[in-house]
Design a binder for this molecule. Structure first.
Ligand code: GUN
Ligand code: ZN
Length: 437
């Protein structure tokens, strides 16, 4: 049995602080708090003195004061084969995919490449305080093997899947409806539920799948209804026009996924920027999740995610980096860009709400609340230690910060990986033990 007591300023959410009200019903904040962790799980959260005396002084104490202790960040949409795509000088989505992304992803058939990138990828997630992600691999089965092997070795809670794509991409990136189905099944058998690994059925997006492949994807969903499904939806006008051409019978883009049985409470729809009211209503009633990818939407020039419109229609939402369309692995940078996208539309994004979203909110979007995203007893002990004085400029700014809310706002506005003082994965310190820096 391994047991540790983390001491610091503990912050965890119980519900969404919709108006950003500092009501303690939506979160718990303990100034001199502690988390008791046993065998990788949260046992208790309380005042330090209470937990310390309860343990009779025998437990190892790791003192993180004056830093904040929060649940590890969750990234609901990221492409691990796109580490070497970030910052590519392209026009809009389809050009960006053809010129850079599809070129890089073909390299994942090369011996050794997936394992090397997977290792660098998980180092980067840890460095940025991200302990869970919903990730796209490439079309190659070996890319998924390398991803899960690395994640399993690090005991991280990950969701990932082999991209299925059988048209409108270079030959080196195409599978077939049958091979996409067979390889997905093999990977599900091998990896789903292995340690903390979860498999996601991953048809890339409607333009790169034939009707036959989407049919086979729907068959996988019917056979494995507990699995996540991830794809892209309504990111860009040319993409939407292409889908209308490829599926002329469809009412709209969302209708394509609905038709093949791909919508549902475990479905993550990346982007969801240019939706009609009819599409929003179908997404809401299916309980699918619209994933906001701020840095990507700005970098690729896709448009402004309208959070208020989706939430008013009861659409579930999440937030994500979308590396390599996205430009930062940091969920802090992501929250900051999200704030700006909403602010420009006259929408407020209170820091309590954004930190809720990056933790419990995203856990709920993944139907994993109770497992990750909070410090509920029994939850997996993935934690991030946040230092709001990590840079000289932040130290100076902190001199005028008086409240927790102001500190969170500063962390998301000026913060990045330098603010991540330590990361615990299932109770094990994982940033200080990285070999690359
Ligand atoms: N649509 C289909 N594939 C992708 C991708 O890799 N990135 C983004 N941003 N959009 C996509
Ligand atoms: Zn994406």
């Amino acid at each position: 049995m391994t047991e540790i007591l983390l001491r610091g300023r503990v912050l965890t959410f119980h519900a969404e602080p919709i108006m950003g009200e500092a009501s303690t019903e939506t979160f718990t904040y303990i100034e001199d708090g502690a988390l008791l962790i046993r065998d990788g799980k949260i046992v208790a959260m309380d005042n330090y003195t209470v937990l310390q005396s309860g343990e009779g002084g025998s437990v190892e104490v790791i003192d993180h004061r004056p830093h904040l202790i929060m649940p590890g960040f969750i990234d609901c949409h990221i492409h691990y084969p796109q580490m070497q795509v970030v910052g590519s000088y392209a026009g809009a989505l389809l050009e960006w995919l053809d010129k850079y992304t599809f070129v890089e992803e073909q390299k994942f058939s090369n011996q050794g490449h997936p394992a090397r990138i997977a290792s660098a990828f998980f180092d980067e997630l840890i460095r940025n305080g991200t302990t869970t992600a919903a990730a796209y691999c490439s079309v190659h089965k070996g890319s998924v093997q390398a991803f899960f092997a690395e994640s399993h070795k690090r005991n991280m809670r990950m969701i990932a899947g082999k991209v299925m794509m059988d048209r409108n991409a270079p030959p080196g990136l195409l599978d077939t409806p049958q091979s996409g189905y067979d390889q997905s099944r093999e990977l599900i058998d091998e990896w789903h539920g292995e340690g903390r690994q979860l498999y996601a059925i991953t048809p890339r997006f409607a333009p790169t799948s034939t009707p036959e492949q989407l049919e086979m994807s729907g068959a996988l969903v019917r056979e494995f209804p507990e699995l996540h499904v991830q794809t892209h939806l309504c990111e860009n006008a040319a993409e939407i026009a292409f889908v209308a051409e490829l599926f002329p019978w469809s009412r709209d883009y969302t209708d394509v996924y609905r038709h093949y049985g791909l919508l549902g409470p475990k479905t993550l729809l990346g982007h969801c920027i240019h939706l009609t009211d009819a599409e929003i209503s179908v997404i809401a009633s299916s309980k699918s999740v619209a994933v906001f990818c701020p840095t990507s939407n700005l970098f690729i020039g896709s448009g402004l995610f309208n959070l208020a419109r989706l939430r008013d229609a009861d659409v579930r939402t999440a937030i994500a980096t979308d590396i390599g369309g996205g430009t930062s692995y940091s969920m802090l940078r992501t929250l900051d860009e999200g704030y700006k996208i909403l602010n420009i539309q006259g929408q407020r994004y209170h820091p309590l709400r954004s930190f809720y979203q990056a933790t419990l909110g995203n856990a709920r979007a993944l139907s994993l609340d109770g497992v990750i995203g909070s410090f509920k007893p029994g939850a997996e002990a993935d934690c991030v230690i946040l230092d709001a004085r990590a840079t000289p400029a932040m130290r100076v700014r902190m001199e005028t910060v008086e409240t927790l809310v102001e500190e969170l706002m500063l962390l998301q506005t000026m913060g990045d990986d330098r603010c991540i003082a330590e990361v615990y994965v299932a109770g094990s310190p994982s940033k200080s033990t990285l070999t690359t820096c």
